[in-house]
Structures are given as C-alpha cells and as structure tokens.
Design a protein around this ligand. Structure first.
Ligand code: KIV
Length: 289
C-alpha cells in the first residue's frame, strides 16, 4: 500500500518556488497508475491521447467524455495520491462555457480528478475562467494542440517564427489571466518555453518536448516504454523497452503452447487419486450419487 501524502496545489507551488522540477506522466489504466503511484509521479494526466495509445484511433478526435471518465476512474483507483488531471476531449468544451463547466464537473464528481486540462489560448480564456470560477482547477495546453492538428497543418513544432512565438506568449498570458494553475507547452522551442516560464507569475509551466527550462516535465507513458507501435516522437526518451519484452514473451507463449511445453505441472491444478476414483465410480453408475 502506498504511504505517499496526497499531492496538492500548495505542494506543487512550493516545489516551483524551490526550483524543484515537477514530474508528470500520462496514464490511462489501473495497473500503470499503481506503478506511477509507487514511483512517486506527482501529476498524472489522463490524456485524450488514450484514443491513440489505448483505443487505436488515428487521432484524439473520436474520444468521448464516457471514454475519459471510465479511464480516469481506473487511474484514480490505482493512484489515490497523485494530482490527477482529466483531459477534456474534443467538443466537450469548445461549444460553450456552460458545456465546458458541466463536463469539467464530471471529471471531478465521477472520476475523483483534482483538475482538468483543455487545449487553446485566448479563444478558450472564457471557458477557462468559467471553469475556474466554478471551483475547478484548470490547466491550459499550448503549442502543438492535437485536437487542432488539422488547423495547425499536422503534428509539428509550433512557435519557431517570431510571430508564432509571440502568439503563444500572448496566449499563455491570456490563460494565466483567466486563472489556470499551470500551462502545458507541447513541442515549442526551448527558448520560447524559457520566456513563458520566466513570465509566469500565478501559474507554472510544464514542458512536453519544449526543453529543460519549464517548472516541470511531462512524457507520454507509452512513448517512454516502447508501447506505441506506430511511431516514437523525437521528444520521447525510451526509459525501458517494455514493448519488446512483451512481444518476446508473447512469441515464447505461442511457441510453448504449440510445442506442448506449456502448461507445466506448476501451472495447473490436480485432484487427489481417491477423489478421482470416486468420480469415476459415480460416472460409471450414471453420474448421480
Ligand atoms: O492527451 C494527452 O496525452 C495530451 C498530451 C499530448 C499532452 O494532451
């Protein structure tokens, strides 16, 4: 059983003040959440990336609130103490402030989340302000925002030109003014991330592929362990190739069943001779005592 203390916002802001980087990972299921809890990961994002990593879609767009709630509930069961963030899926917040507030509330009430995350800058500031005024901590997400990949022209680094970078800096300011506690910068040049981090006064900055100058780091769990077969983004470090270990184990299983070396006696259950003799007699008599 975990003996960790519950991670809280004051704890996270204390780390920021002390210059200690915050750790954050994505997570979508109970056993992984259990391991992340044991490892001491501070912030867990139940990302809508689960549409790709867990459900096999080509994008995050088909993910529903129901998908998100079900996975967030499982993660909360595995990690009672991490600061748990539910990622608002496509069209769960874009249509109106009211819709944004009620779906954000579902993450809190139904899945035990501590906060929500949504994508977008100044155009989402009203949604953020409404959610925050409802008492729900909100995290922003700028740079590469996968729900807008079509409008952004694909999955590319954002903010490489001065004009684009200025827009991201302005978006960060608008989100901060709307009340976010943190902003995720995904695939933004390191110096742009450094500028935004230095300017942040009432929120902290988390980097995903945006360099070391942020207040904390996020990785996609499946990228860290070779568990997403379609590609590995440049920004992901592979900390252990679990995908390879699993594939080798599966091949061995197929081989051993085919070769009749599995199951071995330690892998199944037996019956005492006298019980078996009695059963044989019963069957001979017609099956009933
Ligand atoms: O859905 C997700 O996991 C995300 C990350 C890409 C940051 O939003």
């Amino acid at each position: 059983m975990s003996e960790r203390k519950k991670v809280t916002l004051p704890y996270l802001f204390d780390k920021v003040a002390g210059g200690d980087p915050i750790t954050m990972l994505t997570c979508y299921d109970y056993p992984t959440a259990y391991f992340q809890e044991q490892a001491g990961v501070e912030m867990i994002l139940v990302g809508d990336s689960l549409g790709m990593t867990m459900l096999g879609y080509d994008s995050t767009l088909p993910v529903t609130m129901e998908d998100m709630i079900r996975h967030a509930q499982a993660v909360r069961r595995g990690s009672p103490n991490a600061w748990l963030i539910g990622d608002m899926p496509y069209m769960s917040y874009q249509p109106s402030v009211e819709k944004a507030i009620s779906n954000a509330g579902r993450f809190m009430a139904e899945a035990g989340c501590d906060a929500i995350k949504l994508e977008g800058g100044v155009e989402m500031a009203e949604r953020v302000a409404g959610i925050v005024k409802s008492g729900i901590p909100a995290m922003g997400h700028l740079g590469l925002t996968p729900q807008s990949a079509s409008a952004l022209g694909g999955f590319h680094v954002q903010g490489r030109s001065a004009l684009q970078a200025k827009k991201i800096i302005d978006d960060a300011k608008a989100l901060e003014e709307a009340g976010v506690f943190a902003i995720l910068l995904e695939m933004v040049p390191d110096r742009v991330c450094q500028l935004i981090t230095a300017r942040a006064k009432t929120c902290f900055i988390i980097s995903l592929g945006s360099g070391p100058h942020a207040h904390g780091q996020l990785l996609i769990y499946h990228d860290m362990f070779g568990l997403y077969p379609k590609f590995k983004p440049k920004m992901a470090k592979v900390f252990g190739n679990a995908g390879e270990v699993i594939l080798n184990g599966l091949k061995q299983y197929v081989q051993e069943v085919g070769g009749k070396t599995f199951p071995a006696p330690e892998n199944y259950f037996t019956m005492k001779d006298e019980e078996y003799a009695e059963l044989s007699a019963l069957l001979e008599k017609g099956g009933q005592p």
